[in-house]
Write a protein that binds this ligand. Structure first.
Ligand SMILES: [Zn+2]
Length: 236
């Protein structure tokens, strides 16, 4: 059974009602969720499932299940078991997720400031990074910071668009990330568009307007190998 992914249509959904599909060693499956499972470099969500009797089940992480569009909510140690069919209310740790959304969208902007193939990336609540296949001498922290913040200052609304697998195959230039190919097979691929700035396949959660990022600062730039020049940022 697939999970209805509410965050895909509305990244700002902070709570929802759902039913327990299964409860296993690996986690809790629900019929629908606002919790984003770790993927595309973005950390999995945390939060709480509230039972009808008010009992609160802490969710320590969220991961993808075995099949496409299934999500496993991983309870913290020592949480009580849930029954299949049971109704629960989901409450996302919104402050943490919103930081992830702002940093994630900031990486989209930064990937247009540093023009080089992306070889890796990661988004945690307190910092995010992209790795580029580029010469170290071309990476200037102050310049990256100033140019990224200048684009953020243009306060552009973001858009989610879907294209077919065939359209994506016909436009390979859309895929900047060498290490992560967008998921195919479902017939369509989700893209994030920042009009005039960026367009690339991405299944993650983003802010509605890049102004919500505020501003970023470059924490450090270092070499993690010939093809991995790492630029790490934080919200300022
Ligand atoms: Zn994204």
């Amino acid at each position: 059974m697939t999970t209805e992914l509410l965050f895909r249509e509305d990244a700002y959904a902070k709570s929802a009602n759902a039913r327990v599909v299964s409860f296993g060693d690996r986690g809790i499956e629900l019929d629908r969720t606002v919790f984003y499972p770790m993927g595309g470099g973005q950390a999995g969500d945390t939060g709480v499932l509230v039972r009808a009797n008010g009992e609160r089940i802490t969710i320590a992480d969220t991961r993808k299940g075995d099949s496409a569009d299934t999500v496993l909510h991983i309870p913290a140690a020592g949480m009580p078991q849930l029954e299949p069919g049971e109704a629960v209310t989901l409450e996302l740790d919104w402050a943490r997720r919103y930081a992830l959304m702002r940093l994630h969208t900031a990486l989209h902007v930064m990937s247009c400031v540093v023009v080089a193939p992306v070889t890796g990336g990661n988004i945690a609540p307190e910092k995010a990074r992209l790795d580029f296949d580029i010469d170290m001498s071309l990476l200037d922290a102050a310049k990256i910071e100033a140019e990224t913040n200048a684009i953020i200052g243009r306060a552009i609304a973001t858009e989610t668009v879907w294209i077919s697998d065939e359209e994506l195959d016909a436009r390979p230039e859309l895929v900047k990330t060498m290490s992560v190919q967008p998921p195919r097979g479902s017939g369509r691929v989700r893209l994030l568009r920042i009009p005039g700035v960026d367009l690339q396949p991405c299944g993650g959660t983003h802010v509605r307007n890049i102004a919500e990022i505020g501003a970023i600062r470059v924490l450090k730039i270092r070499s993690e190998g010939k093809r991995n020049r790492r630029v790490e940022i934080a919200l300022s």
